[in-house]
Design a protein around this ligand. Structure first.
Ligand SMILES: NC(=O)NCCC(=O)O
Ligand SMILES: [Zn+2]
Ligand SMILES: [Zn+2]
Length: 582
């Protein structure tokens, strides 16, 4: 008798402590505001957010005093278990998602990349097989359109309608491998519009890169420095501009992956003034956390470890890219985690064009962003949440189930300690690879707890992930952020579908026409815009924007005198003027 009773009692205890969780005394941060509030979680879902909550007995309590309770990070760009350029990435779906969770990321979106001529659905099934039993956190998938034919078009439809895919990546680079020509890009984008899927673009001019590479090799430049020389900023910016023009002609929204240069940001900024449909810009932790000076390192291993495409840029680029993220020229930060062991990077020992492309980032993305953007004062914690989580949730139609601390949302949380100090190192990271491009970077701010679907996976600094615990997230088409913007005339029209949880507070949007919103200093007196995120990528321009950088606010109020098609929710900070953050 004693055995079964004890077992069942233990079972109850385990069940209750796993299923019920109270996070007390923390400061909840969303993209549009912060509040001191407790968070109660049951069965993987956030059930209550507020003060003086009534909580059932047997609930585990985490004291979050001094911690920021933020939505877990969403990294919309990873490559786990990818075979590329004759090598296979070091991080598989287990080690990759384990590293993600260690750094505060609770959802990743990986890329299915079919071989030329391979069925897209077959490649998708292969990716599901690789990932499903290994992921430690939830994941979704983009599918690459690496070749084109009528059968590919049919399979895109099948993937959207039957397999939960709502985004397709195209390459303007990797000539003779994944690259599509402009005519093909037009057709893929048209198909995306028909399916209400979001087209993603790797924007670099592959033909110029191929020719430059031939010339550099002929001139005896074979080392990793040749990688950057073969594809300078102009080569990226031209492709960004061309991709935007093609999207505009096809009347398509567009998402540019891994924007790496100031010139590319400038091209995006210009395009956005004329773009008819939403335009998203993604950058990488690598871009803000390091720079292209490493390509000149005499050690091949060191220089090659930094090779990715587009390449890292000049030393002034990281600060400029942080600024672009802070001011909504860019909306999202990803990692493009694509790690290769030293022996694989050596495939390009005598020819830089054969170095497998890719770096780490899924683990350190959030801490690097915090260090480079929040600790420097470029960004407030709300904007941090927007670019590291909420904006990706919106773009890929996971919002507000993901990317938000709110009743009804998935209990994916990063309990962030803004005082926790550490030095990034390959000796301490959780990647499979033995090199870290952020080696030696001192960061202040890291997660102390990470909760994945209600399970405490980083527990007071100790990593306790479970292989296969995560699940595949089907992403439906017609994300409002990509396809709903033109119809939107008020916050209400952006309401989530009936089957998704409603957020606690209305998000901030500019919407309607593709004009830039300008707010005068007079209009801004005593007011702060709530959050800085705009799902359509529309910008809020000077002088209003700067005034908003360090603001906290609570009471909603509509600004008068703005274009009637533009609805901006503003909040009056307690006491009239902006106060400190936390
Ligand atoms: N970015 C990179 O260098 N490697 C991963 C493949 C890609 O995203 O282009
Ligand atoms: Zn790419
Ligand atoms: Zn990539």
């Amino acid at each position: 008798m004693a055995g079964p009773v004890a077992q069942s009692l233990t079972g109850i205890n385990i069940k209750s402590s796993q299923n019920r969780l109270l996070i007390k005394n923390g400061r909840v941060v969303n993209e549009d505001g912060m509040e001191d509030a407790d968070v109660y979680i049951e069965d993987g879902i956030i059930k209550q957010v507020g003060r003086n909550l009534i909580i059932p007995g047997g609930t585990r309590t985490i004291d979050a005093t001094g911690l920021l309770v933020m939505p877990g990070g969403i990294d919309p760009h990873t490559h786990f278990e990818l075979e590329m350029m004759g090598a296979k990435t070091a991080d598989d779906f287990y080690k990759g998602t384990r590293a993600a969770v260690a750094g505060g990321t609770t959802t990743i979106i990986d890329f299915v990349l079919p071989e030329k001529g391979q069925s897209l659905v077959e490649a998708y099934n292969h990716w599901r097989q690789k990932a499903d039993n290994k992921v430690c956190c939830d994941y979704a998938l983009h599918v690459g359109v690496t070749w084109w034919s009528p059968s590919v078009k049919k399979e895109m439809q099948q993937l959207v309608e039957e397999h939960g895919i709502n985004s397709f990546k195209m390459f303007m680079a990797y000539k003779d491998a994944w690259m599509l020509n402009d005519y093909e890009l037009c057709q893929v984008m048209e198909t995306c519009v028909e399916l209400k899927a979001l087209p993603l673009i790797h924007a670099e001019n592959g033909s110029i890169i191929a020719r430059n590479t031939e010339k550099l090799l002929a001139a005896g430049v074979t080392g990793p420095e040749g990688h950057a020389l073969s594809r300078d900023e102009e080569v990226e910016a031209e492709a960004v501009n061309r991709a935007c023009v093609i999207a505009n002609q096809m009347n398509s929204p567009l998402y540019i992956v891994h924007v790496m240069s100031k010139s590319a940001v400038q091209a995006l900024r210009l395009a956005r003034t004329r773009q008819k449909q939403p335009l998203f810009g993604e950058t990488l932790a690598a871009t803000i956390g390091t720079d292209g000076s490493h390509y000149g390192n005499a050690c091949f291993r060191h220089a090659a470890a930094h090779v990715l495409s587009p390449p890292l840029r000049a030393r002034d680029t990281p600060a400029a890219i942080v600024d672009a993220l802070a001011h909504d020229d860019l909306q999202i930060i990803a990692s493009d985690n694509c790690t290769f062991h030293e022996k694989d990077k050596e495939l390009g020992k005598d020819n830089f064009s054969k170095i497998p492309n890719g770096v780490n980032g899924v683990e350190d993305r959030m801490a690097i962003l915090w260090q480079k953007a929040v600790n420097t004062g470029a960004m407030d914690p709300c904007r941090f949440v927007a670019v590291s989580s909420a904006a990706a949730a919106r773009a890929f139609h996971l919002w507000p189930r993901k990317g938000r601390v709110a009743e009804g949302a998935d209990a994916d949380l990063a309990l962030w300690d803004p005082r926790r100090e550490r030095t990034v190192s390959a000796h301490a990271h959780h990647h499979a690879v033995d090199f870290n491009i952020f080696e030696g970077t001192h960061v202040i701010g890291s997660p102390q707890y990470v909760i994945v679907n209600g399970r405490v996976c980083l527990d007071d600094g100790e990593l306790r992930v479970v292989e296969g615990f995560g699940k595949f997230l089907p992403t439906p088409p017609a994300a409002p952020a990509a396809y709903g913007a033109r119809e939107r005339t008020s916050d209400a029209s952006d309401a989530p579908p009936a089957d998704t949880p409603s957020p606690r507070a209305s998000p901030v949007y500019t919407n309607g026409t593709p004009t830039e919103l300008s707010i005068s200093n007079k209009q801004m007196e005593g007011l702060s815009v709530s959050g800085c995120s705009t799902p359509t990528g529309r910008k809020m321009r000077e002088p209003g924007q700067r005034d908003l950088q360090n603001s906290t606010f609570s009471i909603s109020q509509e600004l008068e005198g703005l274009d009637t098609k533009t609805s901006v929710r503003v909040r009056n900070p307690p006491g009239g003027k902006s106060s400190g953050l936390w």
